[in-house]
Design a protein around this ligand. Structure first.
Ligand code: EPU
Length: 348
């Protein structure tokens, strides 16, 4: 047998063991686990390849248990919220996507505080806070993400950033829900000190009282600005690149000045409304189209402005799931009881 075939066989075997572990885990925790989903149906850019497994917990506790079980089994995973800031490549992604959209519950208001789970919609949270006369996040109302995604990247707009109002964040540690003070997290421009492998479950925000009418007015103003300066109703992931940190340069303006609005690669187009938005069009659009266009923009800005643009969207590569990310327990059985007996472990 040649080497390539051996590798394929080894991958298939480890894949079968991984499937057993995931099926057992989903049955034990009562969590939905699905095959055959695609990033094209889970992300706002509507492109991206097949996903091995999508696991959808419905509570913070279940989500913490899921990733604990995956970690214990050595199975690679990534977290997805609304998928509104992710460009996943077109190939098969051989890792588990933990879909947090169902971990939403209700926003619990108490005085100036609100506790919210990671899957809760950010626009909805902003509306509910405004209605209760709570200010601090009204500028974020047009960001089409989940609370968890907003926390992960310190989402911001119109002079506000979510990190500034976070009192505590709930994260998953060893299968448990643990509270971390907001002050212990570094909240930078579209970036935080949370690391890959950490799962954000929810947060308590501390807002400030103001007249509901005034908050609503500011919210409307932000919405008006957004509607006139950014594309809406199109398939995008918001701004594709960061503005160059430490400068007052606008990436959108720089791309616009290069005359790139409307530039197209396959089904990906530089938005004619805001040049830092790449939108996808048509059923044939691919992640490769969007990435090719993005790289072309970076090359032009590098050449003509001497600036290295940083991606603001997350690029999810199927290639990052290497063979060693799929370490599975030595036993191939699907039945945890048999497995436990064989190991002489009476605890299961
Ligand atoms: N501009 C152009 N042409 C364009 C786009 C912008 O000339 O195609 C000019 C505008 O006229 C303005 C300046 O560039 O003078 C700045 O534009 P804008 O006010 O739209 O702000 P931005 O820096 O492009 C940032 C955030 C947005 C956020 C808005 C409003 C980044 C990368 N972008 O955009 O966030 O909504 O401010 O606060 O930080 C996102 O994070 O996905 C995002 C869209």
């Amino acid at each position: 047998m040649d080497l390539d075939l051996k590798v394929v066989e080894a991958e298939n075997n480890s894949g079968a063991k991984r499937d057993c572990v995931i099926e057992e885990m989903s049955a034990r925790l009562g969590v939905r686990a699905e095959r055959g989903r695609k990033f094209a149906t889970l992300t706002s850019l509507r492109v991206g390849g097949a996903i091995d497994w999508v696991v959808s917990p419905e509570s913070e506790e279940a989500a913490a248990s899921v990733i604990h079980a995956l970690n214990e089994a050595g199975i690679a995973w990534r977290v997805l919220g609304a998928g509104s800031n992710v460009l996943a490549d077109d190939h098969e992604h051989r890792y588990v996507v933990v879909n947090m959209r169902e971990v939403k519950g209700a926003a619990a208001f108490e005085g100036e505080r609100v506790s919210v789970s990671a899957g809760f919609s950010l626009p909805r949270l902003c509306v509910e806070a405004a209605r209760r006369g709570l200010a601090g996040i009204e500028g974020l109302g047009g960001i089409p993400g989940t609370g968890g995604g907003a926390l992960w990247m310190n989402a911001g707009a119109y002079g506000q950033e979510i990190g500034t109002v976070v009192e505590t964040v709930r994260v998953a540690r060893e299968g448990k829900v643990v509270e971390v003070p907001g002050g212990e997290v570094q909240w930078n421009y579209r970036h935080t000190s949370f690391r890959e492998g950490e799962l954000l479950l929810g947060a308590t925000l501390r807002l400030s009282a103001d007249e509901p009418e005034k908050i609503k007015e500011r919210m409307e103003e932000a919405k008006r600005k957004r509607m006139t300066t950014q594309p809406h109703g199109s398939r995008s992931a918001g701004c594709f690149f960061k503005n160059p940190p430490g400068t007052d340069l606008s990436t959108g303006k720089m791309i616009d000045e290069l005359g790139l609005k409307g530039a197209r690669r396959g089904g990906a187009v530089v938005s004619p409304v805001h040049a830092n938005f790449i939108v996808t069009e048509g059923a044939g659009a691919t992640a490769a189209d969007a990435l090719a266009l993005a790289e072309e923009i970076r090359e032009r800005i590098r050449r003509e402005r001497g600036i290295e643009l940083e991606y603001e969207v997350e690029l999810w590569s199927s290639g990052r799931a290497r063979a060693e990310d799929f370490k599975t327990p030595p036993d191939e059985t699907c039945d945890p009881k048999i497995e436990a007996q064989e190991k002489g472990d009476a605890a299961v």
